[in-house]
Design a protein around this ligand. Sequence first.
Ligand code: 5RP
Length: 219
Amino acid sequence: MLTQDQLKLAVAKKALEFVPEDAVIGVGTGSTVNLFIEELATIKGRIKGAVSSSEASTARLKAHHIPVYDLNEVEKLAVYIDGADEINHYLHMIKGGGAALTREKIVAGAADEFICIADENKYVTMLGAFPLPIEVIPMARSYVARELVKLGGHPELRQGVTTDNGNVIVDVHGLKIMKPVELEEIINNIAGVVTCGLFARRRADVLLLGKQSGVEVIR
Ligand code: 5RP
């Protein structure tokens, strides 16, 4: 029986097959991505560098002497590789467990292909058991929370967390997300919301799913 960490390592290794030669690639955030960065370091001579989705990943990439580019300096990102908190069979995701959702969504949006690396515990039939993270401008926190209650959720401020962009995270519990694309749009339209952790409008293109029987490639 493989542990969750061993499944994460398996998908991190598999992701190397999706790294194009001599390119700048997008790199996400989280414990699965941390393992991927370790693997990437073993082939770092084959890539130009990375665009990072968080200060934490930037520090790890730099520690391995992998060049980190500002997104504005890069014309093309062939792939973005990142984890997820939940993913369904349409490859819609909940992300933001690590509070990096806004930069993740920006880098993902700029990439031609989103490769999601996740262990089988993240694969769900309906999104929402994992509380939906939302990055909010601090002055709008209470207003946004009231609007989220109207949508049927139970918002909770993530204590002691300030994002890389200087904002707060509100985690919304109790949502049964039947229509992820629609809900993403509704939440993003609440004034004061910077980003909602639903990645449905820009879903993953490929899921590398770590299972007991091996890594399954789902498109
Ligand atoms: C960070 C994220 C991560 O991708 C997500 O939380 C998964 O993390 P992990 O690989 O540690 O399970 O969205 O904001």
